[in-house]
Design a protein around this ligand. Sequence first.
Ligand SMILES: [Zn+2]
Length: 332
Amino acid sequence: MAFETFFGNESLKNTILQLIRTRTLPHAIILEGEKGVGKRTFARLIAAGLLCEQTQAPCLECSICKNVLSANHPDVLYYETEKHTKDNFKIDTVRAIRDIAYISPNQAAYKVFILAEADLMNSAAQNALLKILEEPPAYAVFILLCEKKSAFLETILSRCALYRLERVSDALAFEAVRSLLSGPTEEEINKAIALAGGNIGMVLESLRGDETLRANEKAIEIAGAVLSSYEFDLLKVLGELESSGAKALLYALAEPLKNVFRDAVAIRCGGEALIRLNEDIAQKLAAALTKKQLFALIEVCEELKRRIQRNMNQKLLVTWLSAALTTAAEYE
Ligand SMILES: [Zn+2]
């Protein structure tokens, strides 16, 4: 499997793999690249490569690889700033890293430290880090992630091997998005790529944002239709969800829809709306329906999620949802 799951950056992937397999990866690495190009993912793949015990490391299948990639391996330590602002990678964090670095690994032959946003260290923090980089324990590997290596002191740069992650081609970005998201149409993906270029992280972020927005809007529309005494309104709103392409949207709207009903319950009980997706609708629902009916509607949303996971036929699912919402709203 190696690094095949990571899109693009072929020559860097080959270089790193070669170093991992010949056990010659430097003890300190700077991984540079703009936000969204996959520095964190790539760092975890490197860590998996170092720790995985299969011949084709990283195999991405063994429990070691899986634990590293899901951030559950005790010998891969990950650090990130709290505020993502300049100087926010604190000297105290660096000192803590130093203390931990001198304790032998728990299970693996390596102990890998991933320092995300390492370029947000001030010079005092960098000097503290330098002390570890000058005399690293044999098992320690430090991967420093940054947007611009120019933020580092010369002394740090001279101790590290420098690698750079680049954007990928538009075609590859398209392929990446297709394999990761099922919701967006071809046109929407192309539009996002036109804006963000081959920065897969940015493309995904903008599409996920769109998807959330669409799901929220649809949830409010459905809640509004539940209020209407014309069953036709609900059928009309839900009708657009009958195509199999709307599956992701239907799944995404279950949670916001539930939140609208939950807010209505909170208001009905004399409290305040907590989620505030749409307070106006929540107020109207609270005024028109009983607590029992609102709880029944919340349960419909939960059941919707379960039914989607069971992979029901989309058209039947929408028919069921329409009937279930109507029944819940009339529940006595
Ligand atoms: Zn493995």
